[in-house]
Design a protein around this ligand. Sequence first.
Ligand SMILES: [Zn+2]
Length: 211
Amino acid sequence: MTPGPTLIYSCSSCEKNIAYRTIDSGNTIGARFWTDGKRDAPMLPEEPWLIKCPHCDALIWIDNLKQVGEIGCLWNSEGSDVETFTNVYFAVFPSLNDYRYFNIANIGNPQKERYVRLQTWWAFNDCRRKSEELPFSSMDFENLRAFITLLDENDDTDRIMKAEAYRELGEFENAEKLLAMPFGDELKDAAGFIRNLNKQRITSVTEMIFE
Ligand SMILES: [Zn+2]
């Protein structure tokens, strides 16, 4: 993995400095892939779109922040002074509850709504990745139902995600209908994997391991 520069933003809420790591290039060596589309890739860390300010806890979209500088690759420093910037702390990843209670009605941008709903689902599933079954709370159920309506069945990636959402909700017939449709080379193994779980009436989020 080659890290890119660390960008310095000024928080739109408290005006303090926030550092944001970027990646120049990465790879999926050692990565784990899950049926819900989440990828845990140590050599390709995420660059979150929505972040939490480490100073004032405000949730802010990166594209709404003003960049005030750039400090090369700064992978191991935390806090303290960095060159000309003082009181710089790294952006924090929002928690499940941050996503759950984010005011989606005020976003006014379908891509951002989709992003928050997907992150909410993934963060909820993070609890389920570690242990066996954890039933959907009504909040997470509503979120996933709303996410489903944003997906386009004519697009392979959207269709597989929609099928997975239906499977996790226990709507196996809806999932089967989508999984029976043809998928391109990139997704056909994953679709087969999910279809197999669906046929067994398994609803848990599962790591995809191909023999
Ligand atoms: Zn702030």
